[in-house]
Design a protein around this ligand. Sequence first.
Ligand code: AHR
Length: 521
Amino acid sequence: MLLPVYSSCITGWASVPAILVMSAAVAFGQNKVVINADLGKDTISRHIYGHFSEHLGRCIYGGYYVGEGNARIPNTRGIRNDVVNALKKLKIPNLRWPGGCFADTYHWKDGIGPKAKRPSMVNSWWGGVTEDNSFGTHEFLDLCEQLGTEPYITGNVGSGTVKEFAQWVQYTNFEGVSPMSALRKENGREKPWKVHFWGVGNEAWGCGGNMTAEHYANVYRTFATFIPASWGSGSLWRIASGAASGDYHWTEVLMRDIPHGLLEGVALHHYSVDWNHKSSATKFTEAEYFDTMLRALHMEELVQQHSAIMDRHDPQKKVALVVDEWGGWYDVEPGTNPGFLYQQNTMRDAMIAGVTLNIFNNHCDRVRMANLAQTVNVLQAVVLTDEERMLVTPTYHVMEMYAVHHDALLLPLSLKSAMFTGGGKSLPAVSASASRDKDGVMNISLVNIDTGKPQDVVVEIRGASCSSVTGRVLVSEKVQDHNTFDDPDHVKPAEFKGAKLDGSTLRVQLPACSVVVLTLR
Ligand code: AHR
């Protein structure tokens, strides 16, 4: 039957049991994806596509904020227009601030009121630089409004007080008469912003206070008690500072010891890094690339294991797993301040982003929020700036291509992949996730991390009938390729012509080291 080319996929058409389709299809080749288009039940929260901006290096100052009086760099109330315009295209759903480690040193009242009267502070975690507090609560929330994104504020637990934290929530969220809403109005903001997401400290096991899990659980209970979930914004989210990578004890204790009525999310931080050998961001070897991908793909096991612990304590999946720091971490660019964590961004980073976001999509029943570290000029940035100049990175392009999955219905899939081998170890070369948006359009994101071999992938679509496929690809000659201020479009997406749809079978020729997003109607 011929269907009109631009009609959306018709679901529920082929009800062949998945297992039969799988066994018949495996014979077609090494890479096989079976998409169960009629079995979707979970939504991929757009908040999985969140970002993180800390007072670190040139992220806030110089990255976003250049000051109201800056005549050289076009800005709106001090916030760079070029950066805002670029980020708007990503449809960033939430932005985490002010840290990171910085958050547990930050006293928010130092960053409000007339700028000339704001005290300065020393950023003790990042470079020991003095900051003048000209970018504070109002400026951050102005940035969020310019971006059309939801703020995610991390409160100070390590060196702050319960009173200070509760007053911050009252300042930003409370509509009625109160000392903090009066102060907010005095500072020029009549209506509350209604900040929905609140982090209760950051890395409490380390820079947030070197606490044990048991101690932090008690501290959390106290703080959360005074940040009522219903205060000022309907249903506010309190997110507990989470585990470092495979610290399962941390998640176990939090889920066991914190009453779930006080807890909307538990965080997890995982960087794709070898702390003993970070490697150059651009001049890395094949072995270093392989190691990075091994660590990026480890996210699958981390999400599964932390989720399994959460499932035992919270079978209804009420509490979200919030991966509020993830990404690649390399040596800083030569000649830059080691405390500023400024690194270039290559096709390696595009691979990290592609596989990680596929993992989050596929586990969206529990992973309902995540934040790439960090947005501008720090770690796996999507935007880099150099005075007046700005560029977007390969990671930016992946985020933009994957935006089709925001709030779409996850279509569960099974995947059989060829292996990518290096140094006697093997990793699956192909990664995938699929969703259907509110208009019935199906999107499939595929990644081939193998730098040497293209992969032919057979995608069997069961439970829906589609009549057309279009696609976009992010690919470059070398995995080290990146954008520079002199060549800002060296790596950018292009139209993809390597997919052919034949009935319910899609044949895809995935180029080596590529990210492809296919749209089926
Ligand atoms: O993202 C940089 C730092 O990494 C953050 O401040 C901290 O939370 C983590 O250790």
